[in-house]
Design a protein around this ligand. Structure first.
Ligand SMILES: [Fe+2]
Length: 174
């Protein structure tokens, strides 16, 4: 009995090992979050969401299960405006783009206002070619709303080089 139990544990460890080695080598897969009530499909293809001066630049990469950059991955961003409202009639502050040959993306937009109950955030869907859609949200460091928003996760906070330049790498495993 004891030998069998030991053997079972060995088999279990072997099955789990690939997941553990992936996590140790390149970090945890990006966490999924609710898309909320304001997603609209068929956003225009563009990475500049603002007509005038952009007040926020977000850059980063999409990484696949092997932790290598994923070219031509889809990123569809949408977020609230300067008043914390979403454009549900048109496509203001909505747009999709594809990563370049190095798996990089670049978003030029504004810093969205907070709206009641939520920390300041950006919504995004990420999908590598042939992969499953990852729906998640990105947050801003030191935003007071992070303290009271139940959806907020520190793992999804962007690294900010300045108030207007954030970065985040997505790790998609599906
Ligand atoms: Fe939102």
């Amino acid at each position: 009995m004891i030998a069998n139990a030991f053997r079972r544990r060995l088999v279990t460890a072997a099955l789990l090992w690939p997941a553990y080695s992936l996590a140790e080598s390149c970090g945890r897969p990006t966490e999924r979050q609710t898309e909320g009530p304001f997603f609209k499909p068929q956003s225009p293809e563009r990475n500049v969401l603002v007509d005038g001066k952009a007040t926020l630049l977000v850059t980063g990469r999409v990484l696949g299960p092997d932790c290598k950059p994923v070219p031509h991955a889809l990123l569809d961003f949408w977020h609230a405006d300067e008043k914390g409202e979403y454009d549900n009639q048109g496509f203001r502050y909505r747009g999709h783009q594809f990563t370049d040959a190095d798996g990089r993306y670049r978003l030029e937009t504004i810093v969205p206002a907070e709206y009641p109950g939520r920390a300041r955030h950006l919504h995004v869907k990420v999908q590598r070619p042939g992969g499953r859609i990852l729906t998640t949200q990105l947050y801003f460091p030191n935003n007071p709303g992070n303290q009271y928003d139940d959806i907020f996760r520190p793992e999804l906070v962007m690294r900010m080089a300045s108030r207007s330049a954030g970065s985040f790498d997505f790790l998609v495993t599906a």
